[in-house]
Design a protein around this ligand. Sequence first.
Ligand code: PGA
Length: 263
Amino acid sequence: MNNSIIIGNWKMNTTLADAVVLATGIKKGTENVDGVEIVLCPPSVWLVPVQEALGKSFNKKIALGAQNIFWEDEGAYTGEISPKMIKNICKYAIIGHSERRRYLFEDNIIVNKKVHGALLNNLTAVLCIGEHNKLTDEKKGRGRPTKKDKFNNIFYQLEKSLLGITKKMMQNVIIAYEPIWAIGTGKPATGIYAVKMIFMIRERIAKIYDWKTASSVKILYGGSVTSDNILEFTGQPEINGVLAGGASLKAKEFVKMCQLAAK
Ligand code: PGA
């Protein structure tokens, strides 16, 4: 069984000093933690200082990820950061986070371009998908998303975001299943709910590609993950790790999560 991947998405938090202290705390706290892949996603302006703070742990123990990228490598795109610019610092790039879809109106076409941009630059794309509302059908034990609401439909997000991505390219794509209703609410999905949804995501990937691809793609859960509930997710063979927001901003808490998820 592969190691769980634990990604800390710091979002638009931390000053430079906070970022260095947080990274240093995580580095020290995870020195003896093996059997887990740790990824920190600080704000892009702090990527280099965090890399420096990690020192020898950088890429050996802890990899870095970008919270977002643009799809072109360079050009007249004011304010954007390209995959080419960060590819020597980051191993991962989060793409299509629901907050970017919501506040910056990123749609599946943009998300798809960014997935291509990341892969062309040898970054692993962490493609975020998730439904807006808790699926009422969960009560019936099926958990199927409504077909009516395209925005709410994770299969639609998945298919559109993966347009033009080949089976081979899928080796560098990770899916982060993040139900929007669970993000930052303190109300995570249950492990069973997440497993059901992730199984359906795999089924859809098998439909697009094949079962070999579907069973080897890593799928993470995200949404109010803490040290109190992480094992509900990483304890499931179907779930390959977690993407944590709030809980990744406290070194002690994040280290605890890594320790728990370590095999
Ligand atoms: P949360 O955020 O852990 O604070 O819910 C998760 C995310 O947005 O990736």
